[in-house]
Ligand binder design. Structure first.
Ligand SMILES: Nc1ncnc2c1ncn2[C@@H]1O[C@H](COP(=O)(O)OP(=O)(O)O)[C@@H](O)[C@H]1O
Ligand SMILES: [Mg+2]
Length: 389
């Protein structure tokens, strides 16, 4: 169903995106590593899920959203190891193979194979310290061999890969170089919402020991255009068996600005209400989306060094009609709160761009155009400034 709010897994549930899916599949065939990036809710996870859903691949999905916490500056090493091993565990169980891999990991952890297979956290958690960085590459080598013996390609997906940089005490560049050099049957896919951060991570990877002549392919996921947004909603409502007036569709497209995640959320919520005989009100549904962003962004603001300054920057952009150059933003910021040096405003603007909250076009910084993101950001910023005062 198009309006299923979970990330999609099946081709039939994914609207459009043939080009992206084909590019990913082609990269996997050629073992070209890639990153799939773009702002939140554009469908990166769905696109990658669908592309790797193929009997010719063995897929390890390491979903870093499961450890994501904006309030934490660092994640303990053992937390990442737990996530990695759980992801490997899911694979060996799904494909009911991997005796070698299971033996290998159980040996290092000093537990019996059954405990690993059951992924008994009580037994595993205290042993995670024994799992060293190098062991990650060794496990991948084992999986690479296993996939090859089964005439399949190994694909490893790091979803929201920028979080890797927050893991303490693991030398990822070294691990990735090892995997690149020794696992010829493996493709690694990184996805990231925090576009700038993912790029920095990859630059770090390439800088430390250049990937001589090899490169990591980039796929940028964009919004739907107006026509596709409309068509997506029309097809989605048809699947749900619900009739919706054209004005409602047009209004939703205007408010949600081609962001598949919001269109899906709107479609699901609207259909649910109609089916249950409730009032289906677009304003109410939009409010729910705004509240979600407001919560998310407030958590983020509270994790920064200076929530007040970040908030002032967002509010200034709003006052400037949603976009402005550094000097303009600086002026408004300094009228809102006491003295903030321009270089600091510059730093904050760029950090917000890197994190995917704002966009930069030429010299201009812009708030997102869709109502949920734009209002959610501004409301969170106002919440913070109100509290400070
Ligand atoms: N092309 C698409 N067709 C149908 N639903 C989509 C599409 N792209 C995204 N979605 C939906 O939008 C939401 C966000 O998608 P997700 O893949 O989680 O995005 P991201 O990983 O970029 O944040 C989910 O509810 C997903 O089902
Ligand atoms: Mg995602």
């Amino acid at each position: 169903m198009l309006f299923d709010v979970k990330p999609k897994e099946e081709r039939k549930d994914l609207y459009d995106r043939d080009k992206e899916v084909d590019e990913i599949k082609e990269s996997i065939e050629r073992k070209v590593w890639l990153t799939v990036y773009g702002m939140r809710r554009l469908g990166k996870t769905s696109i990658v899920n669908v592309a790797v859903n193929d009997p010719n691949y063995i897929v390890v999905k390491v979903n870093l959203m499961r450890i994501y916490d904006p309030k934490k500056k660092k994640y303990p090493r053992s937390q990442f190891m737990g996530l990695f091993l759980e992801s490997v565990n899911e694979v060996v169980r799904k494909y009911t193979m991997g005796g070698r891999v299971i033996r290998f990991i159980s040996n290092i952890l000093g537990i019996d194979e059954k405990s690993f297979l059951e992924f008994s956290l009580v037994k595993i958690r205290p042993k995670l310290k024994k799992f060293r960085s190098e062991d990650i590459s060794s496990v991948v080598k084992e999986l690479d061999e296993l996939a090859k013996d089964n005439k399949k390609g190994l694909v490893i997906v790091f979803d929201e890969a920028q979080e890797l940089m927050k893991v303490n005490g693991i030398n990822f560049p070294s691990i990735f170089h090892d995997v690149y050099d020794y696992c010829k049957n493996t493709t690694v896919i990184f996805t990231g919402s925090m576009v700038g951060l993912v790029e920095n991570m990859l630059k770090g990877l390439e800088y430390e020991k250049p990937f001589f002549g090899r490169f990591i392919r980039k796929i940028k996921v964009e919004r739907f255009d107006e026509e596709k947004s409309k068509d997506f909603l029309i097809k989605g409502f048809k699947e749900e068996g619900i009739e919706v007036k054209e004005e409602v569709i047009n209004e939703a497209v205007r408010r949600f600005d081609g962001i598949p995640g919001w269109l899906t959320f709107f479609g699901a919520e609207y259909s649910f209400r109609v089916k249950h005989g409730e009032k289906a009100d677009i304003n109410e549904i939009e409010m729910m989306a705004i509240e979600e962003v407001r919560r998310e962004f407030k958590d983020f603001l509270l994790s920064t060094q200076s929530p007040e300054r970040y908030s002032a920057v967002v509010i200034s952009l709003d006052r400037l009609g949603g976009k402005g150059e550094l000097s303009e933003v600086n002026k408004v910021v300094n009228s809102l709160i006491e003295e903030v040096p321009e270089p600091r405003v510059y730093e904050i603007l760029n950090r917000l761009v890197n994190l995917g909250f704002l966009e930069k076009e030429g010299e201009e910084y812009t708030l997102p155009n869709d109502e949920p993101d734009r209002n959610g950001l501004v409301l969170a910023a106002k919440d913070i400034l109100k509290n400070e005062k």
